[in-house]
Design a protein around this ligand. Structure first.
Ligand SMILES: NC(=O)c1ccc[n+]([C@@H]2O[C@H](COP(=O)([O-])OP(=O)(O)OC[C@H]3O[C@@H](n4cnc5c(N)ncnc54)[C@H](OP(=O)(O)O)[C@@H]3O)[C@@H](O)[C@H]2O)c1
Length: 285
């Protein structure tokens, strides 16, 4: 990475962040991003109701996308919840295409919002670098349609290539991240370059919540496996986006700010890495 392209580390970025529900991350725009958010892939058809329950439980960030078919419901839930628009952090996505500016416009139409807090290029296969799409998002940012811009599923090489070609670092890389599938190299790279990792499928789509080691460790802390996995993300400075339809799950997933995973247990959880992916493969490895 060309050192000149690296933004200076911001004063209150990881690892100095305090882990509390009220705390947030400072973004390049000066906007603040909550430490965790609600995923909405395969959310119930009752999106407005479920997102409303999530707001009641304490969530203040929602991850949506046209292909999740939740944008209308998320927008309606925001209008119905009684909070100011500024109090909710909305993430949307555009497919890698030259017309990302128009795609974001369309998303805003579905959300019926004037701006999103973060818009991401929805990359796949490690993130084929799409310079034109990135320029479209940069323009959207300049025009106030998005506060910050980032990518999904980008490998380190793709991020470096994007920055080399355009001179602008993504604020976020949204990638699958759990003890069973993660990358120490990516974590170091993102820390060094002040890129926030947002964890998609942080609960492995519930496929590994019955793992014996996780269950035993979680019980030792008086927590559930889901809470242990979410806390493991938070303690690395990674921003998890657990999806939950059930109200009990929504509340449980936020109840992760009253315990610390000890360093040796963090290492044990790191040791579960097998590059597992809930969506067939880890695209950024
Ligand atoms: N950018 C991308 O390419 C991409 C790809 C995948 C995902 N994502 C984002 O990441 C979000 C999260 O990933 P995901 O939806 O794939 O899966 P996930 O959050 O890892 O897992 C969701 C599953 O976990 C269950 N669950 C939630 N809380 C639980 C708890 N406390 N105890 C037990 N089970 C619990 C849910 O059940 P219930 O629903 O029944 O409560 C659901 O079955 C997505 O919704 C999406 O916003 C982005």
């Amino acid at each position: 990475m060309n050192a000149a392209l690296r933004p200076a580390l911001r004063a209150d970025s990881w690892p100095d962040d305090t882990l509390s529900p009220e705390h947030s991350r400072l973004m390049p725009s000066g906007n603040r991003m909550p430490l965790m958010g609600l995923g909405t892939l395969r959310l119930s058809v009752h999106t407005v109701q479920t997102v409303g329950h999530a707001f009641e439980a304490g969530f203040r960030m929602v991850d949506t996308s046209p292909d999740f078919h939740t944008q209308r419901g998320v927008g309606d839930a925001i209008r119905a919840c009684g909070f100011d628009r500024d109090d909710i952090f909305v993430i949307s996505k555009v497919e890698a295409s030259a017309d990302s500016y128009a795609a974001l416009h369309k998303n805003l139409g579905q959300l019926r919002l004037k701006y999103v807090d973060l818009v991401l290029i929805h990359g796949s296969r490690g993130g084929d670098v799409d310079e034109l799409a990135w320029h479209g998002l940069r323009r959207a940012k300049r025009d106030g349609l998005a506060h910050d811009i980032g990518v999904c599923n980008y490998a380190i090489d793709s991020i470096e290539e994007l920055v080399y070609r355009t001179g602008e670092m993504p604020a976020v890389n949204q990638i699958e991240w759990s003890p069973f599938g993660h990358s120490p190299r990516m974590l170091d790279f993102c820390r060094d370059n002040d890129i926030v990792i947002q964890a998609s499928s942080p609960l492995t789509r519930a496929t590994r919540l019955n793992d014996d080691k996780v269950g035993t460790m979680a019980a030792r802390y008086g927590k559930t496996p889901a809470q242990l996995l979410i806390r493991w993300n938070l303690q690395q400075g990674v921003v998890p986006l657990p999806k939950a339809n059930h109200e009990q799950h929504l509340r449980e997933n936020l109840n992760v700010f009253d315990f610390d995973i000890a360093p040796q247990d963090m290492l044990r959880l790191n040791g579960l890495n097998e590059h597992f992916s809930a969506s067939a493969r880890l695209e950024y490895i």
